[in-house]
Design a protein around this ligand. Structure first.
Ligand SMILES: C[S@@+](CC[C@H](N)C(=O)[O-])C[C@H]1O[C@@H](n2cnc3c(N)ncnc32)[C@H](O)[C@@H]1O
Length: 375
């Protein structure tokens, strides 16, 4: 890998650890993790809005199998957090996105892995979508825990500043000054403090100004639990420098990677769901990146050449897919593009070819149809 290259890894993120550490230890500016929340649910794919084409219609995107004993979830999370800590640069930051189910356990775990001194923030992402139960206060927020590799780290508040008027207002007196600017003021110890509405401020730790994606949102890819780009935009702008390196090891539909690409950061993504990889490939079809499928591997990426070039079509074609026992039970079948992933049904990811591939009518390729080299 060369500096500035982007990498997408298909497979379990812990299995990818040797590969990642051999090339990126201490070099990642920002890691965002949005793992399964321990819901115990299976998440099917949905057709994207506008009747677009789902990559695996009516099939599962992924199964969240971490409900029940919190220890199981923490045992899953801990080595992955250690991996993240080792990937982060000395000024790097981790954002871990969870909800009420496991956030309290995860915070203690993060204190252990990163050290309490490296705690930076507990962000409440408050949204209004979904129904409201009658017998309880509705669950309407997720929690994003923020830890630094070290107590001091990169943070660009100016890059995420918002007009004060959209930040929370309080009951301060409102007035207009001699130049027509509105402000709120407060008197303390004989002095007047003015807060102008048009001044920009760093958002506080409760984010209510970013909504969930609604059902028909054009951003939707059909991948369940997809997060809004606006959320990732704020995180990336605040905690990664322009040209820096961003990683998302549970990348799902590739939201973090798409935002990183747009904002001029280079990126590393990983997901074990074939649907996630396929949707991410579509979403980033115009970006140059290396698609890595051979896991496990301790091979350094140092000698690998990235593929470049724009996408021509949005199908994923692979030459070699390693068996991944972590995917046992996934049901996923792709429209054939050189390979289908029927093997996920029984945990065997060896390529199953469609009739024309079996008949040798379609040549084997070492890059996908977007021109991304298949490692
Ligand atoms: C909540 S979703 C991420 C959604 C993503 N943030 C987005 O905007 O689309 C969690 C993802 O973690 C993936 N995942 C779960 N366990 C994994 C593992 N061990 N290695 C890699 N990916 C995993 C699932 O396949 C799923 O895509």
């Amino acid at each position: 890998m060369k500096p500035g290259d982007n990498l997408l890894i298909a497979g379990d993120n812990l299995t990818a650890a040797p590969l990642l550490l051999s090339s990126f230890a201490g070099q990642v500016d920002l890691i965002y993790l949005d793992p399964p929340f321990a819901t115990g649910r299976a998440f099917p794919l949905r057709p994207p809005p506008g009747g677009g084409d789902s990559v695996f219609p009516r099939e599962l995107a992924y199964e969240d199998r971490w409900q029940g004993d919190p220890e199981r979830f923490l045992n899953f999370l801990e080595p992955r957090l250690i991996l993240c800590r080792d990937l982060l640069s000395s000024r790097g930051t981790l954002y871990l996105h969870l909800d009420f189910r496991r956030v309290h356990h995860a915070r203690l775990l993060l204190d252990r892995v990163f050290g309490e001194r490296c705690f930076r923030n507990e962000i409440i992402w408050h949204y209004r979508s979904g129904g409201r139960p009658q017998g309880a206060f509705a669950f309407k927020h997720d929690t994003i825990l923020v830890y630094g590799k070290n107590p001091e780290g990169y943070f660009d508040g100016d890059a995420v500043a918002i007009p004060r008027v959209t930040a929370r207002s309080n009951k301060m007196k409102r007035a207009v000054d001699e130049h027509g600017r509105t402000y709120r003021s407060i008197r303390s110890a004989g002095k007047e403090y003015r807060y102008y509405d048009d001044e920009r401020v760093i958002p506080d730790d409760v984010w209510s100004d970013i909504g969930h994606l609604h059902q028909r949102d054009p951003e939707r890819t059909g991948y369940p639990t997809q997060k809004p780009e606006k959320l990732l935009e704020r995180i990336l702008l605040a905690s990664s420098p322009p040209g820096g390196r961003v990683a998302d090891l549970f990348c799902g539909s590739g939201t973090t990677l798409a935002v990183a690409q747009r904002l001029g950061r280079c990126w590393i993504g990983c997901d074990e769901s074939p649907a996630a990889i396929q949707i991410t490939c579509r979403r980033l079809a115009k970006a140059p990146f290396v698609l890595h499928r051979k896991l496990p591997s301790a091979t350094s990426l140092a000698t690998e050449e990235p593929a470049t070039g724009p996408a021509q079509e949005n199908t994923l074609e692979t030459k070699q897919v390693a068996p991944d026992p972590n995917l046992r039970g996934h049901r996923a079948s792709a429209r054939c593009a050189g390979v289908d992933l029927e093997g996920h049904r029984d945990g065997n990811l060896a390529p199953h070819r469609c009739a024309s591939h079996r008949a040798g009518q379609v040549p084997q390729r070492t890059s996908d149809s977007c021109g991304h080299r298949l490692a």
